[in-house]
Write a protein that binds this ligand. Structure first.
Ligand SMILES: *[C@@H]1O[C@H](CO)[C@@H](O)[C@H](O)[C@H]1NC(C)=O
Ligand SMILES: *[C@@H]1O[C@H](CO)[C@@H](O)[C@H](O)[C@H]1NC(C)=O
Length: 130
């Protein structure tokens, strides 16, 4: 995802966990001005019923910073600096998670990554055949 914010760019790229679980940020270019609100979209695909969806912010010359995560049950948690203006909405029926940024600031210019993590390592219950 690529966002023009004044003269600055916001990017987002696709992270793939494995061939089965993936995320897709179809919007690569988006334009926005300061104090506007933007919504970054990400769709995911997983066999996990309760995946965690994460958003990371990656500024130029920095490391990706964990912002927040959303569980498909609806619960979420955010890092303090992202609590106020950043919100994620997860729609399980459309397998999408969007990140809203309110009151955009130039300092929000960054690459925004969406990532998926299955919540549980699947444990297969084998029916007892005895
Ligand atoms: C991502 O989503 C877009 C729009 O829905 C679609 O055109 C594209 O093929 C998808 N890419 C992948 C890798 O699934
Ligand atoms: C979630 O996605 C479904 C399917 O696209 C749509 O019908 C529904 O309105 C969405 N729900 C919300 C809360 O956006």
């Amino acid at each position: 995802m690529l966002i023009w914010l004044r003269n600055l760019l916001l990017f987002a790229a696709v992270l793939e966990c494995n061939t089965q679980d993936s995320v897709n940020q179809s919007t690569r270019v988006q334009t926005a001005s300061e104090h506007e609100m933007v919504k970054l979209h990400c769709t995911y695909s997983t066999s996990d019923s309760y995946p965690y969806l994460y958003w990371y912010q990656h500024k130029t010359n920095g490391f990706p910073v964990y912002m927040l995560r959303k569980l498909s049950t609806g619960s979420s948690s955010s890092e303090k600096e992202f609590e106020e203006r950043f919100h994620a909405d997860l729609n399980k029926s459309s397998s999408s998670v969007s990140l809203s940024i309110q009151d955009l600031r130039v300092s929000d210019s960054a690459v925004y990554y969406c990532a998926l993590q299955p919540t549980v390592t699947e444990t297969h219950k084998h029916p007892d055949k005895n």
